[in-house]
Design a protein around this ligand. Structure first.
Ligand code: NAD
Length: 242
């Protein structure tokens, strides 16, 4: 493992065109559960599966069920950035990291100081009325009983991409460009099972694909450097080397 971390440090040290692509595993060390780990949200009991509850169809037809789960499990505004979030923000400030492409909706990269962040699946911090389009902060969703409603009577929806919904095309185009041009692509904390986001890695053309994840993924064989360990340990070692 030490050799792998050494290699990782060398590649990061040599490049000023690094891109990070991450998922829920980046925030588990901030105390936010992921979906597919053994302690993740998919291994708890609900009347319906998370895919069903977090779908566009359920949001439209049964916002009560959607919001019960969403407020209970997906809003974590008390969380603080982890070692990984902080290290990535530092790499950006040093001019080494072009940006972070995240599937997370928790806003922790920005809280850590990252400026170039593409939130492929949106954010809990932006919300809007499905009828009139009025914008609302997180507090409007969090602090009300049950389903949040706009003054016009429309339901307020989080600006989060639900199952059955499309990704923002401009965000996708920007993310693909970053990945295509990247010298080092670091992929971390994602089961790489949610598409189309995970498929973006296919656009990487270089030979320094670093994959850091606790468990195996279907992209393991594509990695030039594969580290099955905690992100905090690997990025902590980077910060130690400063
Ligand atoms: P996932 O739950 O499918 O996979 C997370 C992966 O991270 C797992 O393979 C796990 O082994 C790994 N992991 C967990 N902790 C780790 C650590 N400390 N170091 C290294 N690896 C670690 O998550 P996903 O691939 O991002 O897909 C889930 C979807 O759920 C995403 O679309 C995301 O929007 C959403 N989600 C977001 C949050 C959040 O915003 N923090 C939390 C849960 C789910």
């Amino acid at each position: 493992m030490e050799e792998k971390i050494q290699q990782f440090k060398e590649w990061v040290g040599e490049s000023d065109n690094i891109v990070f692509f991450g998922g829920a595993g980046v925030s588990t060390e901030s105390g936010i559960p992921d979906f597919r780990s053994k302690d993740g949200l998919y291994h708890q009991k609900y009347a319906h599966s998370p895919e069903y509850i977090l779908s566009h169809r359920t949001f439209m037809s049964n916002p009560e069920e959607f919001y019960e789960f969403y407020k209970d499990k997906l809003i974590h505004d008390e969380a603080k950035p982890s070692t990984t979030h902080i290290a990535l923000a530092k790499l950006e400030q040093m001019g080494k990291l072009r940006g972070v492409i995240t599937q997370n909706i928790d806003g922790l990269h920005q809280m850590a100081g990252s400026r170039n962040v593409i939130e492929l699946h949106g954010t809990i911090y932006k919300n809007f009325c499905v009828r009139c389009g009025s914008k609302y902060p997180l507090s409007a969703v969090k602090n009300c009983e049950g389903v949040p409603y706009c003054e016009c009577g429309g339901v307020i929806k989080p600006n989060v991409v639900l199952y059955e919904e499309a990704l923002d095309s401009e965000d996708c185009a920007r993310a693909v460009n970053w990945i295509k041009d990247a010298e080092v692509l670091i992929v971390g904390g994602s089961s790489l099972g949610v598409f189309p986001a995970a498929g973006m890695i296919d656009y990487y053309k270089g030979n320094r694909l670093v994959l850091i994840n606790m468990s195996e993924t279907q992209y393991d064989r594509r990695a030039n450097l594969l580290i099955h360990d905690k992100l905090g340990k690997v990025f902590g070692a980077l910060l130690d080397g400063e």
